[in-house]
Design a protein around this ligand. Structure first.
Ligand code: FES
Ligand code: FES
Length: 394
């Protein structure tokens, strides 16, 4: 027996395993995660597909011991995933399942295609899904469902992620050829972890596959063109973002800076860089960023797509945000998903308020950092009031 330590659906797991136990059996029998199905058990049918370090992998031919240090996501871990939710709805709508046995693996492979394909090209989808076999439905409904999700996302201005975060091809769970650890288990590659720049070199900003996605929206009482112009002025954007400071003069498509966040007793300052893409014809844009917090040895990556939609005949603007992020290191262990979502909500609300003030020329009352302690109290207050409303004695 050897002990394997990995993160499964965001939860740290340490378990003894036999060297020959495959990942699917480990998840099903030791962790009761039975959403991962087993069909052929020799890597052909795709029923056992899940994500290892964000990449689809066949868990029936992946040894659990080879996943020491990996981030494993099963279908259960995609409950709140935006793309998986859109795919589930599309599979139901398009009658893309019957018995459902192949469906968890199908959804995971399909999610990868939705992330990385530029268009809903039928042939590319059929090739991409050719490693997932369905005994019931045929593939027409499945392909139609995937196409509809890709079309809808591209129409909303959500760009594909080239390679879906892959740096190179190779077997996942084996570290893509990385040296083995002393325990004999190969250490997997954490995808697209920010690399430290060499002296004086600019921090590279790679594309990546976000672990989590969420949508936010807010309205400002100014025309879309005015808001879009402000979004192009990175100095003004930084002054609207609580806790953000630029550390160098920005260019139109790149900025370097610092963002400070406080979550209860934990304070983090992520130093990093963002890459900016803008499309004036659709009043949309994309911001991809990476940052490291030295103190907590945590890294984060974010991918924010925005689109501005006119309201009230163009007098005001609805700002729609699609936010993807990955968090690694100590903070990933303590920052529960709900807390991060609430933090994003709070950050968005404060940004919206500051944006309105900046557009109207008012002075901004900007806190030095977004204070998660106040946020924690708010969450507690909301939870308590919900509980009291439910309690018939209150
Ligand atoms: S059960 Fe893994 S590919 Fe068939
Ligand atoms: S829906 Fe039954 S195997 Fe695919």
């Amino acid at each position: 027996m050897t002990t394997v330590s990995l993160t499964v659906n965001g939860r740290a797991v340490d378990r003894p395993v036999h060297p020959r136990t495959h990942l699917a059996d480990f998840l099903r029998e030791q962790l009761d995660l039975t959403g991962t199905h087993l069909g052929c058990e020799h890597g052909v049918c795709g029923a056992c597909t899940l994500l290892v370090d964000g990449m689809p992998a066949r868990s029936c031919i992946t040894f659990a011991a080879a996943c020491d240090g990996a981030y494993v996501t099963t279908i259960e871990g995609l409950d709140d995933d935006e793309i998986a939710a859109e795919l589930r709805a599309a599979f139901s709508r398009e009658h893309a399942l019957q018995c459902g046995y192949c469906t968890p693996g199908m959804l995971i492979s399909a999610r990868d295609l939705v992330l990385r394909l530029e268009t809903s090209d039928e042939r590319a989808i059929r090739v991409g899904m050719s490693g997932n076999l369905c005994r019931c439905t045929g593939y027409v409904g499945i392909v139609r469902a995937i196409r509809s999700v890709i079309d809808a996302r591209r129409a909303r201005g959500i760009a594909p992620v080239p390679g879906a975060g892959r740096r190179e091809l190779g077997p996942v769970g084996s570290g893509n050829g990385a040296p083995s650890t002393s325990s004999g288990a190969a250490r997997p590659v954490v995808p697209a972890a920010p690399e430290q720049p060499k002296d004086g070199a600019a921090l590279p900003i790679p594309d990546f596959t976000p672990d989590k996605n969420l949508d936010e929206a807010f309205t400002v009482a100014f025309p879309p063109e005015k808001v879009f112009t402000l979004f192009g002025d990175l100095k003004r954007v930084a002054t609207c973002l609580p806790g953000a400071t630029l550390t160098a003069a920005p260019s139109p498509d790149r900025a370097e800076g610092l963002i400070s966040v406080k979550l209860g007793p934990i304070a983090a300052s992520f130093r990093g860089a963002v890459r900016i893409e803008r499309d004036p014809s659709t009043l949309s844009g994309r911001i991809i960023g990476i940052g490291n917090d030295q103190r907590s040895r945590s890294t984060t990556q974010g991918d924010i797509c925005y689109r501005l939609r006119p309201l009230d005949g163009g007098a005001s603007t609805r700002v729609e945000l699609s936010i993807g992020y990955s968090l690694r290191g100590f903070l990933a262990q303590v920052a529960r998903e709900g807390l991060v979502r609430d933090l994003a909500k709070r950050l968005t609300a404060e940004f919206a308020g500051n944006l309105g003030a900046s557009l109207s020329g008012a002075a901004l009352a900007r806190p030095k950092q977004l204070n998660g302690l106040a946020l924690a109290f708010d969450i507690l207050k909301t939870a308590l009031s919900k509980a009291l409303r439910r309690d018939p004695r209150s």
